[in-house]
Design a protein around this ligand. Structure first.
Ligand SMILES: [Zn+2]
Length: 313
């Protein structure tokens, strides 16, 4: 049985930082987001600094995957670990679309069970995920695999794979911080950005409901930044690894992580990102409150705007 840890969250919630922190543990191995993409092996840089095609770690991964009968290719997402159906755009959309209401999910399950191409894809991708985690264990000597892909649907599919013992961390952040990032990076209006944040969390919640209590936990981004040691101790206990064994300086550990640009920074300082307090206008805050305030409060954030800078560690 493979211990498989998953981070699920909307974008811009701090999942890259959490990935680095978890990866400091001698029993936890990760490459970041395992859902895969077709990468330019000459120009795409691994977090170790090498182009991914030149990275020893990734070259070992590819070689060992081939030894297991996988056609794994860094330049070809169709051979990787994501749930995608090639040459069938409708089916592919259906597989990848968000988690919806129960009637929709029942229709999706029936359709997917009836389609031979779909069944073949699930068998192949399930096996590729298992083989990938095994490969990383062989290379690193570690025993818990972390996938920080974030998508709720991927979590749902993985939680049904024989041979994986899945645990999930639902990462939440004050939605007003997420709002600013969504608006900036995706060029969305405050209303659409808030709806995106809201839909993403509701989908995650729906999928998390199907997991047992000991398979899931909720983590606040702000706790991770303000009280990193205690937070990581709690998470390591949840994962089932020795909480005392994590490395405090997360940059001191070797990483081969794919994902956002934070992976190239040199600083180990963990600083709470509070730009939203200064940059969001009253009107934008009011839009957020109208659309998503209720969920933010359920996560434990009140609707006041902090005036002092929070303590950074
Ligand atoms: Zn590397």
């Amino acid at each position: 049985m493979i211990d498989f840890l998953y981070i699920t969250s909307p974008s811009y919630s701090g999942s890259t930082l959490l990935t680095f922190l978890l990866n400091t543990h001698p029993e936890i191995a990760t490459i970041g987001e395992l859902k895969g993409d077709s990468m330019d092996v000459v120009n795409y840089q691994c977090s170790c600094g090498e182009p991914i095609g030149q990275c020893d770690f990734w070259n070992s991964v590819v070689r060992k995957m081939h030894e297991k009968g996988e056609s794994f290719d860094l330049a070809d997402k169709w051979t990787q670990c994501g749930y995608r159906v090639q040459n069938a755009s409708f089916t592919n959309r259906l597989v990848r679309t968000r988690h919806r209401s129960l009637p929709f999910e029942l229709c999706r399950s029936v359709y997917m069970a009836l389609s031979p191409a779909n069944r073949r894809m699930f068998r192949r991708v399930n096996q590729t995920n298992v083989n990938f985690a095994r490969t990383v264990f062989e290379i690193t000597g570690k025993s818990v695999f972390l996938d920080s892909s974030k998508d709720a649907m991927r979590l749902k599919y993985l939680s049904r794979v024989d041979g994986l013992r899945v645990k999930a961390i639902h990462l939440v952040r004050d939605g007003r911080g997420g709002l600013l990032s969504f608006m900036k990076h995706e060029n969305l209006s405050p209303e659409i950005a808030t709806r995106e944040w809201l839909r993403s969390h509701l989908e995650i919640r729906e999928v998390m409901r199907s997991l047992d209590d000991d398979q899931k936990t909720v983590l606040k981004y702000e706790d991770m930044c303000n009280d990193t040691d205690a937070t990581m101790e709690r998470l390591f206990k949840f994962v089932g690894v020795d909480p005392a064994a994590g490395e405090k300086d997360y940059r001191a550990v070797d990483h081969h992580i794919l994902g956002n640009a934070m992976r190239f920074g040199n600083s180990s300082e963990i600083r709470l990102d509070t730009k939203w307090v200064r940059e969001l206008t009253d009107e934008q805050l009011a839009t957020f409150e109208r659309v998503g305030g209720w969920l933010n409060r359920q996560f434990g954030y009140d609707n006041s705007v902090p005036t002092a800078e929070p303590v950074a560690t």
